[in-house]
Design a protein around this ligand. Structure first.
Ligand SMILES: *[C@@H]1O[C@H](CO)[C@@H](O)[C@H](O)[C@H]1NC(C)=O
Ligand SMILES: *[C@@H]1O[C@H](CO)[C@@H](O)[C@H](O)[C@H]1NC(C)=O
Ligand SMILES: *[C@@H]1O[C@H](CO)[C@@H](O)[C@H](O)[C@H]1NC(C)=O
Ligand SMILES: *[C@@H]1O[C@H](CO)[C@@H](O)[C@H](O)[C@H]1NC(C)=O
Ligand SMILES: *[C@@H]1O[C@H](CO)[C@@H](O)[C@H](O)[C@H]1NC(C)=O
Ligand SMILES: *[C@@H]1O[C@H](CO)[C@@H](O)[C@H](O)[C@H]1NC(C)=O
Length: 776
């Protein structure tokens, strides 16, 4: 008797269970504006391999050049976890013909099916990659040395891959380019970032990126391409020799024919992409990562001006069955005729050789039945076989999502080129958590923003009018609308109001009523701006607006300057429905800058206004979220004094800001250190040294070795902490004046005040705390 037991594997077999979805900017997952839960056409623009229910209806935003956009997504099979190997690749593309289209049908393959025989210009259809990208792909030889396991590829062009053996077309995406990265041929996609389990591959990714490295491709005469458009055999070679050997027409005599041209396709000519470890996420979980934080990447939008761009995110996972990155897993292991793939899944599991494994079903093929015991004790069943749910097209698999189109625009003239602009958007769609899944409910992105006066917040959102009509939500069925209104102040103190110190707390996330906004403010925005955000007045003239129904889906407040500090909490009055749904957010505006940067093996810099932390390659062996705060001497002195540590700091002056770095514990590899550079506040004359303390302690201070380079102090450390430089005489001060004042003030009040020597600097000191070095 032969027993066959089906074991559901953790890994998904059918497309329906696995996925990666882009939530901000709104990922389409091939959806356009369908009024139902499922998208109409999973092949519309690209191959997502995702669940039909994912995606948001079309809607576009316009981001400012150089602004910071928090990209958010969910990925289902973990990253930076040993359970699978993972790469997340973020890219974008801009092009005059890039568009969302107005039909859910896939753009035709044949020009004869497009208006005026020109699919590029037929704007009815959504299009990302241009027509020629696909034409070239389908006529180009596939990379023959790829491992395809036991998949029967239906052809030899680049549209056939292990993951797409039937050569199915999705938009004008090239399946081979989709499945492999870095790709050996030209690609219209520009790389933003690569997040990977194995950051030691980063130098390779960065060198191979099409941002910086040109590719070569074979160009054949257009007539030849057109004559062979429906050829089943690829005609475009992928090597120089084969390319240049082509003569058209084939029977051309005496060198009269045209030859194939093997030519360089220039790199995009932009900086190499960011590359580092990804943050950890668990498998079989389509949600937040560690500490409940959404999986995200902060993208600084490139400094360009383009109305039609689109973002692409890919999620490449491979299992432990084979190492796809070793050159040893290649076409030599593919199925040949009747002989199965010879990928070794036998000796790894304790069999003497491939044949011994084969006898027991340990073969890399679809749904093998393995005999785990050889012989089941107590029975005479020699062949107790367990069937494994293995699809060799998917062991090693890439998911994808893309945004709808968006614009990147020049900053308004009144926003300085160097000012930080932070995008504040709305993610999610109408419905309750079940109805929107695998999308998400409404939320503001980023949910918490940290900023400082002088930065700009660019509030902007869009939505759809065609969500399913029965999805839960307020206002007109099927519609997305949002607004922003500050929340009422707390009725009870949440755990430790000291968290908010020294800033005022405005509103509380636990409240569901907006604040009486008659007299108060929000980050210093004008009353007109607040009113506009609340009732969308600039986008809608009158109408029934209690639930914003008469407004449009798109709202843009333009970048607004932050001029005040404080913790501000706000809500959307329409969508917030306690306890079914909540749409609230928070902006923390501090007087001193805080920089957050994730640094891993690759190294990099954490930069703030007067400090830089520099990590060379290999200083860290894991991804570390590094936070660098700067405290002015005034604030730092207050904190030190409050702890009773002031007497332990030698000298009389603060020569730098306090630079407070977390994590505080040592986080470097072995004896490796990172460099800290802090600007001196004044030209220094009598520096005593740099001192370190635990930021929670501030009593015990230890002197560090440091050197002065120009106007900077430079030292190396292996841990965070509070660092500050002390001096006896500050360069900007006349010692005599100071001593006289000290004596005077000590006599008078017991407190110490220092003044600058230059009267003309006095004004700048009173109007701005930062840079007023030495004042205590
Ligand atoms: C996915 O990983 C495989 C190795 O397992 C690699 O060959 C391929 O290029 C990767 N594809 C992408 C899109 O990252
Ligand atoms: C390409 O087209 C020409 C002219 O129709 C034909 O002779 C040739 O066989 C085609 N090549 C292939 C590889 O199909
Ligand atoms: C993005 O930036 C915000 C604030 O600037 C920070 O809190 C967050 O951790 C950053 N996210 C990542 C993934 O680096
Ligand atoms: C293909 O893999 C085999 C072993 O599996 C290896 O010996 C060979 O060098 C590889 N070929 C290439 C071109 O990488
Ligand atoms: C709040 O949500 C619940 C559940 O979706 C719904 O029944 C109720 O009508 C909503 N409230 C309003 C004012 O729409
Ligand atoms: C909305 O919340 C109320 C109160 O918690 C609950 O009774 C109701 O079932 C929820 N409605 C939906 C549709 O989830």
């Amino acid at each position: 008797m032969k027993l066959v037991v089906l074991i559901p594997l953790l890994l998904c077999v059918m497309g329906v269970y696995c996925d990666m979805y882009l939530h901000n900017p709104r990922g389409s997952n091939n959806r356009l504006d369908e009024a139902k839960r499922e998208r109409n056409n999973g092949n519309r623009l690209f191959d997502s391999q995702n669940n039909n229910r994912g995606g948001y209806n079309v809607g576009s935003l316009a981001y400012m050049a150089g602004s910071v956009l928090q990209i958010e997504w969910t990925n289902q099979h973990s990253c930076s976890d040993p359970n699978s190997n993972c790469e997340i690749i973020l890219q974008y593309m801009c092009g005059d013909l890039v568009r969302d289209g107005s039909t859910t049908s896939t753009i035709p393959e044949w020009p004869s099916n497009c208006a005026e025989y020109d699919c590029n210009q037929d704007i009815e259809y959504g299009m990302h990659e241009p027509y020629d990208h696909y034409l070239n792909c389908k006529l180009r030889q596939r990379q023959a040395n790829l491992f395809t396991a036991d998949q029967n590829l239906k052809g030899n062009s680049a549209k056939y891959t292990r993951q797409n053996p039937g050569g199915t077309r999705r938009g004008y995406e090239c399946p081979e380019e989709r499945d492999y990265y870095p790709y050996w041929g030209p690609s219209p996609w520009r790389d933003v970032a690569i997040l990977t389990n194995d950051a030691t591959r980063c130098p390779y990714y960065q060198a191979e990126s099409a941002n910086v490295k040109a590719r070569y491709a074979c160009t054949l005469p257009r007539e030849m391409i057109e004559e062979n458009m429906s050829s089943r055999q690829p005609i475009i070679p992928i090597t120089k020799e084969e390319c240049e050997a082509i003569v058209y027409p084939a029977d051309a005599q005496d060198g009269t024919g045209t030859r194939g041209v093997w030519a360089e396709v220039a790199a995009h000519g932009i900086a190499a992409p960011d590359c580092r470890e990804s943050h950890w996420s668990r498998d079989n979980h389509l949600g937040n990562g560690i500490y409940g934080q959404t999986l995200s990447y902060n993208w600084t939008i490139p400094n360009i001006d383009h109305e039609r761009c689109v973002m692409r995110i890919r999620y490449n996972i491979s299992t432990g069955e084979y190492n796809g990155w070793s050159g040893n897993v290649n076409a030599s292991l593919n199925k040949q005729g009747n002989q199965e793939s010879t990928l070794d899944v036998a000796t790894k599991y304790g069999f003497a050789n491939l044949e011994a494994g084969d006898d027991r079903g340990y073969v890399f093929e679809n749904n093998p039945e393995v005999d785990v015991f050889g012989n089941v004790e107590g029975t005479n069943n020699k062949n107790f076989e367990l069937r494994l749910a293995i699809n060799t097209a998917q062991l090693g698999r890439t998911f994808q999502d893309r945004s709808h189109t968006f614009a990147i625009r020049k900053r308004p003239a009144d926003v300085p080129a160097t000012a930080t602009i932070r995008n504040l958007n709305v993610r999610g769609k109408r419905g309750n958590i079940v109805q929107v899944y695998p999308g998400v409910e409404y939320d503001f992105v980023p949910n918490t923003i940290e900023t400082v006066p002088g930065e700009y917040i660019h509030i902007q959102w869009t939505g759809s009018n065609t969500n399913p009509n029965n999805n839960d939500g307020q206002g007109l069925p099927g519609t997305d609308r949002s607004n922003i209104v500050m929340l009422e102040s707390p009725a009870y103190a949440e755990g430790g109001l000291s968290y908010y110190a020294p800033y005022t707390k405005n509103g509380q996330l636990g409240r569901n009523y907006p604040l009486n906004l008659d007299e108060t403010t929000f980050l210093g925005f004008s009353r007109a701006d607040l009113q506009d955000m609340a009732v969308l007045s600039s986008h809608q003239f009158r109408g029934e607006m209690s639930e914003l129904d008469d407004a449009g889906t798109f709202y843009d407040a333009k970048p607004l300057a932050v001029t005040m500090t404080g913790h501000y909490h706000y809500m959307c009055t329409r969508n917030n429905n306690f306890s079914n749904r909540s749409q609230k957010g928070r902006i923390i505006s501090k007087s001193e800058p805080v920089a957050y940067t994730s640094i891993g093996w690759t190294g990099g810099q954490v930069e703030s206004q007067t400090g830089v932390l520099a990590f060379t390659q290999g200083t860290l062996d894991h991804l570390e979220d590094i936070k660098m705060e700067e405290w002015s001497p005034e604030r730092g002195h207050e904190a030190v004094t409050a702890k009773g540590g002031a007497d332990n700091l030698p000298g009389t002056y603060y020569e730098t800001n306090f630079v407070v770095i977390t994590p505080v514990e040592k986080f470097t590899v072995g004896d490796r250190k990172f460099e800290v550079r802090i600007k001196l506040l004044e030209s220094n004359t009598d520096m005593i040294g740099v001192y370190r303390s635990d930021p929670d302690n501030l009593v015990n201070w230890v002197r560090m070795d440091a050197k002065t380079e120009g106007q900077e102090l430079v030292f190396s450390v292996d841990q965070g902490g509070a660092y500050v430089a002390r001096g006896t005489v500050s360069g900007g001060f006349v010692a005599g004046v100071v001593i006289a004042l000290v004596v005077l003030v000590v006599i008078v009040g017991g407190s110490v005040f220092y003044f600058r020597k230059n009267p003309d600097k006095w004004e700048s000191m009173t109007s701005s705390c930062r840079g007023a070095g030495g004042r205590v």
